[in-house]
Design a protein around this ligand. Structure first.
Ligand SMILES: Cc1ncc(C[n+]2csc(CCOP(=O)(O)OP(=O)(O)O)c2C)c(N)n1
Ligand SMILES: [Mg+2]
Length: 683
């Protein structure tokens, strides 16, 4: 066996052994695609295992997340080092043979699917099919943007390529098609997708479901398409990768015909090889076919480790050290730009990023929170050069366009632009945002809140990966009005509040919007969403009511009973805050001791200590009214079993805003009546 074949067989046998030992996993695709991944990593990928976060590394994304053992084998065999939470690399391996032996067991670095925040060298979490492919588009976009901003004559600091490997499932998912369409439009020639066409998915042969002409489809998207008829043909594979490298006007798709479970006499080319261990007997037969010692388990020949060290290891180290030497010279000539690159890697903010944050004067008419948010965003972005983003064709409505001179549009002929146009492709937009954040630029994306249903999967992955994507969602309630129930979010707020790690903020006036932005900009490991109104909301008089800085605590006392001992609590977020303030003023005039609690973020409030939470919501005050133009789901936690929740239990309706507020009883009178009822019950 030559060293290439020996290395490939090592990957394949590690995969089989780990999955058999775990008695769970997906051996077939890693076995089929091992030669492809081997050729790419060993001969092309510019990646230094000693520094898996080197900013100009090529990216490899395993979109077929179920084939995780393929990636873990490579991370182990190439000796990728672990990065600690401070971005230091003390020298420990990312994945050990022991981790592989404990595939899918508690605390192993080899969980069922690759997880970005757990295992160094995993570029993004994958598992939901299609996400990896779409995320890779974000990485490729970031590569182009970084090159445009930071490369200088003689300094090619950013010129990395992005490779993503997906299968039939990834190709079928809508998200990959949205992402491919945009990647083609943007002529991302630094992007290479590899399609593992093995004709097998879980239910059987793709003849059941998938008879597209994929090549023609991608040619239609403006891609360069190559076909490799046999995954075991290393020369053809290398040739295809070389053609990708030579193509500089469009993305490349390499369609590879492979055999799932390659070499397994009874399981190759069947769904049985997809998602279950092969079985001891079949493994023995397969090892025999590979020319491998039948009874050896987790066997790793020394010469294979050396082969990887001499190949990707040496090439990567050379590339990375040459890059670092370039950066040292660059620092002398372009210290400010070099400083930006450094800060960005650590997710730090430049000094003065917040110096132009506005304060909004009290105003009974006020403005929509989407409007104030647009002003705040435009006050931050000029001072934070790597804050980039856009909308899914809704920026005139979401007010997320960066308006200042030089902000520009990101297009194929203007990769330095900071306004992105995702088109009407919410799902891809969500994944691209993840790819951007994983590339360490700071992305924001926006749309109507209702359409988060179209991009929930990548939002969830942002939370799981702990990456600081910013979402600006507007048209946040039935307050949308005439567009009616298809456009009026009801359950979305509750659903994101239920999502672990997601910080949801629904600010109650323009100054709360300022404070919300001020806070979320500082997040390094948390995604956050601003949920903003289409309609105007009053800007509260902060000389009369508490400062908006309370937003940072998630909930705060906005207005209180004169003696600080309220008999009834009014809780609200967003546009309903003003309603509660009105009710409070009237109740106070009537001699009733009320308190208004502004609660823009439940998650932030839950992070406060018990003493603070009890100060804001005194446990002994049981008369409570919560007001929110959204599903009532979850509010019982704050108002108790007997509290009143003025919210939504049905879909909305199409009508002018005023009529809707009457119809669904979001009126001052209703709040007052509910408060009085609560007081009567409490007595
Ligand atoms: C969005 C999504 N839907 C369903 C699944 C469950 N699932 C995992 S693998 C798979 C089949 C994938 O087929 P293919 O991409 O061809 O992979 P292969 O069987 O060739 O390894 C399915 C349906 C998933 N992971 N993600
Ligand atoms: Mg398949």
């Amino acid at each position: 066996m030559n060293i290439d074949q020996l290395s490939i067989a090592t990957i394949r046998t590690l995969v089989m052994d780990a999955i058999q030992q775990a008695n769970s996993g997906h051996p077939g695709t890693p076995m089929g695609m091992a030669p492809v991944a081997y050729t790419l990593w060993q001969r092309f990928l510019r990646f230094d295992p000693a520094d898996p976060i080197w900013p100009n590394r090529d990216r490899f994304v395993l979109s077929s997340g179920h084939a995780s053992m393929l990636l873990y084998s490579l991370l182990f065999l190439t000796g990728v080092k672990a990065v600690d939470p401070d971005y230091e690399i003390p020298g420990a391996p990312s994945v050990t043979l022991d981790d592989i032996k404990r595939f899918r067991q508690p605390d192993s670095k080899c969980p069922g699917h690759p997880e970005y925040h757990m295992t160094s060298g995993v570029e993004t979490t994958t598992g939901p099919l299609g996400q990896g492919l779409a995320t890779s588009v974000g990485m490729a976009i970031a590569g182009r943007w970084l090159a445009e901003r930071y490369n200088r004559p003689g300094f090619d600091l950013f010129n990395y390529d992005v490779y993503a490997l997906g299968g039939d499932g990834c190709m079928m998912e809508g998200i990959s098609n949205e992402a491919a369409s945009l990647a083609g439009h943007l002529c991302l020639s630094n992007l290479c997708w590899i399609y593992d066409s093995n004709h097998i998915t879980i239910e059987g042969n793709t003849a059941l479901t998938f008879t597209d002409d994929v090549a023609t489809r991608f040619i239609g998207y403006g891609w360069n398409v190559w076909h490799v008829g046999d995954a075991n043909d290393l020369d053809r594979l290398a040739y295809a990768f070389e053609l990708f490298k030579k193509t500089n006007d469009r993305p490349t798709l390499i369609i590879v015909n492979s055999h799932i479970g390659y070499g397994a006499p009874d399981k190759q080319d069947t769904s049985a090889a997809h998602g279950e261990p092969l079985g001891e007997d079949e493994i023995r037969k397969t090892k025999r076919f590979y020319g491998w010692p039948e009874d050896a388990k987790f066997l790793v020949p020394d010469e294979v480790l050396k082969n990887f060290a001499d190949g990707i290891g040496a090439r990567g180290a050379q590339g990375r050290t040459a890059w670092e030497a370039q950066v040292d010279l660059y620092k002398l000539q372009y210290p400010a730009l070099a400083g930006e690159i450094e800060q960005m890697q650590r997710r730090e903010l430049p000094a003065g990023w917040d110096k132009d944050l506005p304060t909004f004067p009290a105003d009974a008419n006020g403005l929509a929170s989407r409007e104030s948010s647009g002003k705040v965003l435009n006050a931050i972005a000029p001072n934070l050069p790597w804050l980039l983003g856009g909308a899914a064709d809704l920026s005139p409505s979401t007010k997320t366009r960066l308006m200042f001179d030089g902000a520009g549009d990101f297009q194929a002929d203007s990769y330095g632009g900071r306004n992105f146009h995702f088109g009407i492709r919410e799902h891809a937009m969500g994944a691209i945002a993840n790819g951007l954040a994983l590339s360490k630029v700071r992305p924001f994306v926006s749309g109507f809140f209702i359409f988060t249903d179209y991009c929930r999967a990548p939002i969830r992955l942002a939370a799981l990966m702990e990456i600081p994507v910013i979402y600006v969602w507007t048209h946040d309630s039935i307050g949308v009005g005439e567009d009616g129930p298809t456009h009026q979010p009801i359950e979305q707020l509750a659903s994101f509040r239920a999502m672990p790690g997601m910080i949801v903020l629904r600010p109650g006036d323009a100054n709360e919007v300022v404070e919300a932005w001020r806070l979320i900009m500082q997040f390094k490991h948390q995604p956050a969403m601003l949920v903003l109104s289409r309609q105007a909301q009053p800007t509260l008089d902060r000389t009369k009511y508490a400062p908006a800085a309370g937003v940072a605590k998630g909930a705060y006392i906005l207005a209180d009973a004169p003696d600080g001992k309220p008999d009834v609590l009014l809780l609200a977020t967003g546009t309903e805050l003003a309603l509660c303030v009105d009710a409070y003023e009237q109740l106070t005039a009537q001699g009733i001791k009320a308190r208004v609690v502004s609660m823009p973020s439940w998650e932030l409030f839950e992070q406060q200590d018990q003493a603070y939470r009890d100060t804001v919501l005194p446990p002994q005050v049981r008369a409570r009214v919560a007001v929110e133009e959204a599903s009532t789901f979850g509010w019982a936690h704050y108002v108790g079993l007997d509290g009143a929740i003025l919210g939504m239990t049905t879909f909305g309706a199409s009508a002018p805003l005023k009529a809707l507020l009457q119809k669904f009883a979001f009126t001052t009178d209703h709040v007052i009546a509910a408060a009085r009822e609560q007081l009567a019950k409490a007595k």
